[in-house]
Design a protein around this ligand. Structure first.
Ligand SMILES: Cc1cc2nc3c(=O)[nH]c(=O)nc-3n(C[C@H](O)[C@H](O)[C@H](O)COP(=O)(O)O)c2cc1C
Length: 192
């Protein structure tokens, strides 16, 4: 399968980057064709501007958005790798979704209501967290992220099969647990 991996972390030495490497190794070990969108490295502009909205309303897609939409369309599967920042995704990734998953590309309004237009067979998300699992479960924050991202973005745009993996306590945990997370990232690539 052609898999587009959307990656949002600014620091090449980060744990997220190690997760990205392992996930890609897993995908490639099964012959998947991988394309990486490293949003920070690309210097993607995340601001959905008045000019963007005016152009999109007239059915014109700004060139930088169109280039990313082509990459999304080429893929049969999507993956997202990012850290939790303030109980959400990094703003750069949110801005990528704001601009790239535009009306007419990712969703449309029909008589029966909004419909998703994306045709991807599945999406996998890997999210690293500073907090521990008990906090995420008891506070409802994990559930909230799954509702807003897995349901509110991916299912809404037509991708019904979504797997979201959370790696907890990654800042303070021991090396063995980090290694286990990296093995899990590899396995998620293998079983994409
Ligand atoms: C701006 C910022 C906001 C953060 N907000 C949260 C948060 O709301 N919840 C949480 O569990 N961790 C939070 N963290 C911790 C990150 O999730 C954690 O540092 C990251 O997952 C570790 O992976 P890395 O080493 O690849 O950066 C935050 C970190 C930063 C820099």
């Amino acid at each position: 399968m052609k898999v587009l991996v959307v990656y949002a972390h600014p620091y090449p030495e980060s744990f997220n980057h190690a997760v990205l490497d392992k996930f890609i190794q897993g995908l490639q070990s099964k012959g998947h064709e991988v394309e990486i969108l490293d949003l920070y490295a690309l210097g993607f502009n995340p601001v959905l501007s008045a000019a963007d909205l005016a152009a999109l309303q007239q059915g014109q897609v700004p060139a930088d958005i169109a280039a990313h939409q082509e990459r999304v369309t080429r893929a049969e599967g999507l993956a997202f790798i990012f850290p939790i920042w303030w109980s959400s995704m990094p703003a750069l990734l949110k801005g990528w979704i704001d601009r790239v998953f535009s009306l007419g590309f990712a969703y449309a309004f029909r008589e029966e209501g909004p419909v998703g237009l994306l045709k991807h067979r599945k999406a996998v998300l890997i999210t690293t967290c500073g907090g521990d699992q008990v906090f995420f479960d008891q506070s409802g924050i994990q559930k909230a992220i799954q509702l807003t991202v897995d349901l509110g973005v991916l299912a809404f745009t037509g991708i019904a099969k979504v797997h979201h993996e959370f790696f907890y306590n990654v800042v303070q945990t021991d090396p063995a647990t980090r290694e286990k997370y990296l093995e899990q990232a590899f396995s998620l690539g293998v079983h994409f």
